[in-house]
Write a protein that binds this ligand. Sequence first.
Ligand code: ADP
Ligand code: MG
Length: 316
Amino acid sequence: MDEFELIARCFAPLGGAADDVVLGIGDDAAVLAVPPGQTLAVAVDTLVSGVHFPPAIAPADLGFRLAAVNLSDLAAMGARPRWATLALTLPAADEAFVTGFAQGLGEALQPYRVCLVGGDTTRGPLTVSLQLMGLLERPALTRAGARAGDVVAVSGTLGDARAALDLLELDEPDEDARYLLARYFRPTARVALGLALGPLAHAAIDVSDGLVADLGHIARASGVAIDVELERLPLSPALARRCSRAGALAHAAGGGDDYELAVCVPPTAWPAARAAAVQLGVALTAIGQVTAGAGVRCHDAAGNDRAGDLAGYRHF
Ligand code: ADP
Ligand code: MG
């Protein structure tokens, strides 16, 4: 089977059928219809074998993760994902790989009915790249809107994906290890939460580089400081059992790849934000607040600086 037959067979089913796809896979370019009054949010992420994922990754996990990291970017903008294009660079047109990859990609995209509308396939070292396009019915949630007094909150739990990196070589992972590995290989993008918080939050980012680093992006873009109370960081039971308390908090503060949302919400909107999260069944935990100044400060409940404890666990 040549690569074009492979593409047709594996990726055409992800094309879907939607009114806003004027022309999908098969021509020189896709043609998409942006509804009047809405704007387009576009993100692209590339994963390189050995750099962004272990070369032994299951193809379906790679497809799922590629979709999830892009869905997470749109979630952080408060956008509704609609269309995707896929650039695949493969060492060989390996049918088992492409089939598994397409299955994982489809699994992640299908809940949002994202249509795969095109792509490109080339030969070379394994690299996968997805461009995801979404719609905004209102102004985007950016990194730049945080104001002093805002509640800083994160969805879900933090540190799991970082903990998983130490478990990749396990031959027989126990239940906790399997949970943590799934958090790394199959992250849950918080798309519905991003849409719900769009009208409520001042600023948002998805936690891909690590909480402190990513809050640093908000602090810089917004011209504010962010105070984080370390002991409040939400930890999964699996992470809490697997690591010492100090280690788990360090993973939560510094580890990346969790793809949770970090948001800054004005105090007046905080009850509504919490209610929205409860309704969606997603944890949303207040971890600190926005203040005047610059940078991100980690402290304990008494206000003592905790950057020193974290330094020993630096993940960067
Ligand atoms: P062109 O040479 O005009 O760029 P290609 O032969 O690369 O066209 O691709 C043919 C069609 O298949 C195009 O519509 C393209 O979008 C689609 N396509 C190619 N590779 C992929 C892929 N990996 N995933 C989805 N669609 C793809
Ligand atoms: Mg092409």
